[in-house]
Design a protein around this ligand. Structure first.
Ligand code: NAX
Ligand code: ADP
Length: 538
């Protein structure tokens, strides 16, 4: 048998290059092409499945080399057949050692696809031990393989599989999920069983033939654990793949352009830059305390500081006017005196606005709505965040103004979290989360903007392009103010980017990646990362 190359450990977040992701439909098309080509080359029937089974066995043996009691849970489709072949290989290994493989099988022997029938026959010959559940106590499994459902999971799981999935995901031993964790939707990262699994360092997923987008967004990262990839020899077949459903962001950009130079690289290359070389950023936001005492000045300050730390040469902070009878705006930021504070309206009417990137909305409250038409009309390069997005969602005239910006060659980046995206799309948060790639793309097409839909696996989309999923970041970022830091950082990277939609999308994706990587590099002994600490890592 032609053995596949070793499974490759995906070292997130720093991939050497962007990786194509294929949803269930394109994965099946790729499988068909591979099967056809293998047949044309006169390789034996079931070669692909044999390779998949061998890859599962090999990786599981590497993860748990001393395992003696292996529980393999198999479904009645081809995911299950990969599991059955791995179970047979484990049986051959463990028999002389006195160990045991226990197989739980959910299938109908009368209605099996071709590959699965073959695997079933091999499993019968091997004399595996079949049971509804593994032993408990001292004989409990020390390795488990989840081969219940993969690409074929069509709807919410019902019946005994629900209990098996729950049990698999909570075992105190290493678990290898075949292709996808059973319960996870390959296309969207939705969870179709009971409660989505909590994170576990014992969990691994080996994605076969293709990498699927659902592994990297919504519930995907948490449910999959460490992700591995084996292309089952696809790259050696020399066949053209269909266009990817999405990209997993890497240093080579997803849309075929060269790498985006970071401001620090620019500085290294040039000897005599001046502050103008590194671009200017204006931050507009920070509603100040009104008569009720509520204010959000800090959000705009975070964004402005992030723009500075992100490499912008000059940063202006335009705080929204205080309401009559309330305290005057601060005149400078004592912790970051480099920031230049001006009233927001004055900045908008200064020629600086035409030459800068404007980040608008952080902590903007209700006050930002009054300025938004002016911002859309005067700022050629714009990042809209938070309350600017909410104001936009509530006003059709502003939306029309936003859409028209691209005709002037003006670029806009929208940075919604799922609730803001739902408001903009006129749907529910659940609908956004159920198809994050689709929601981001729809919003990008509708608004004619670059969109960064935030959350686990932030999606960056632009009109007419294949979206990308960001592989960096973690739940440490789930705290107030980290989004403001991201908005400021996008502003900084845009300030030195080329003009045009592609360069804008690249800069946004690069900023999202850098922001997430700070959280990934945060020392594990420090359990909390607040937004102002995040600033120090940019
Ligand atoms: N396409 C590929 O990329 C390759 C696929 N292989 C494996 O084959 C898998 C795809 O095989 P299949 O198409 O047979 O799909 P699966 O094996 O993932 O699932 C299909 C089976 O699950 C049942 N099922 C689906 N949803 C259910 C639900 N909600 N509740 C209960 N039962 C449900 C179906 O009736 C069917 O019996 C991949 O995930 C992978 O593991 C590998 O063998 C080789 C390459
Ligand atoms: N679980 C998570 N995994 C990765 N990134 C996350 C997670 N939760 C939040 N984030 C990131 O944290 C930031 C939060 O932004 P946002 O919701 O706008 O917060 P705020 O408005 O309080 O600043 C976004 O960049 C988002 O992608």
């Amino acid at each position: 048998m032609n053995l596949p190359a070793h499974p490759q450990r995906l070292s997130l977040p720093d991939l050497p290059r962007a990786l194509p992701l294929y949803g269930s439909q394109s994965s099946r098309a790729i499988e068909q092409r591979a099967q056809h080509e293998l047949g044309r080359q006169h390789l034996p029937a079931h070669t692909l499945m044999q390779r998949a089974g061998a890859a599962v066995f090999r990786l599981s043996a590497a993860l748990a080399p001393h395992a003696r009691r292996v529980w393999v849970v198999c479904g009645g489709g081809n995911n299950g057949s990969d599991g059955l072949l791995a179970a047979v290989a484990w049986q051959q290994r463990l028999q002389p050692l006195g160990g045991q493989v226990c197989v739980t099988w959910l299938g109908d022997a009368q209605r099996l696809p071709d590959d699965a029938r073959h695997a079933w026959a091999l499993a019968q010959q091997a004399g595996l031990h079949w049971a509804e559940a593994p032993a408990d106590g001292p004989d409990a499994p020390d390795l488990a393989i989840d081969a219940l459902f993969g690409l074929g999971l069509a709807q919410a799981v019902r019946g005994p599989a629900l209990d098996w999935i729950e049990r698999l995901q909570s075992l105190p031993c290493p678990l290898l999920c075949v292709d996808l964790p059973s319960g996870l939707c390959a296309d969207h990262g939705n969870w179709h069983a009971r409660a989505a699994p909590t994170a576990s360092p014992l969990r691994h997923t080996l994605s076969l033939l293709t990498l699927k987008p659902g592994l990297f967004t919504h519930h995907g990262r948490q449910a999959s654990g460490q992700i591995w990839f084996d292309d089952l020899g696809w790259s050696q077949l020399g066949l053209a793949a269909p266009g990817p459903s999405a990209w997993l962001h890497g240093p080579e950009t997803p849309h075929g352009m060269g790498p985006v130079p970071s401001p620090s690289l620019l500085r290294q290359r040039q000897h005599s830059p001046h502050k103008g070389t590194h671009g200017s950023v204006i931050v507009i936001g920070g509603q100040q305390p009104g008569p009720q005492g509520t204010g959000m000045t800090g959000a705009a300050v975070l964004a402005a500081r992030a723009a500075l730390r992100g490499g912008a040469g000059r940063v202006y902070l335009g705080l929204l006017e205080p309401a009559a009878g309330t305290a005057a705006a601060p005149v400078f930021d004592p912790l970051q005196p480099e920031l230049m504070l001006r009233p927001a309206a004055a900045l908008l009417h200064d020629p600086i606005a035409a030459q800068s990137v404007t980040v608008c909305g952080c902590g903007g409250g209700t006050a930002v709505a009054a300025l938004l038409a002016d911002v859309l009309a005067t700022c050629p390069r714009l990042v809209l965040d938070a309350d600017a997005l909410n104001a936009l969602a509530a006003d059709a005239a502003l939306q029309a103004q936003l859409m028209a910006r691209l005709d002037r060659g003006w670029q806009t980046v929208l940075t919604p979290h799922p609730l803001e995206a739902a408001r903009l799309l006129g749907c529910s948060v659940a609908q956004v989360q159920a198809d994050r790639l689709g929601a981001a793309q729809q919003l990008a097409e509708r608004s004619r903007c670059v969109v960064a839909l935030k959350g686990s696996g932030t999606v960056v989309a632009a009109p007419g392009w294949v979206p990308s999923i960001n592989p960096s970041g973690n739940a440490l970022l789930a705290s107030a103010g980290t989004g403001d830091v991201l908005a400021g950082l996008i502003g900084a990277l845009l300030a030195t980017a080329e003009a045009g939609l592609e360069a804008t999308a690249q800069a946004a994706a690069a900023a999202v990646h850098r922001h997430g990587r700070c959280a990934d590099r945060w020392p594990s002994e420090q359990p909390l990362l607040c937004a102002s600490e995040l600033l120090n890592c940019l």
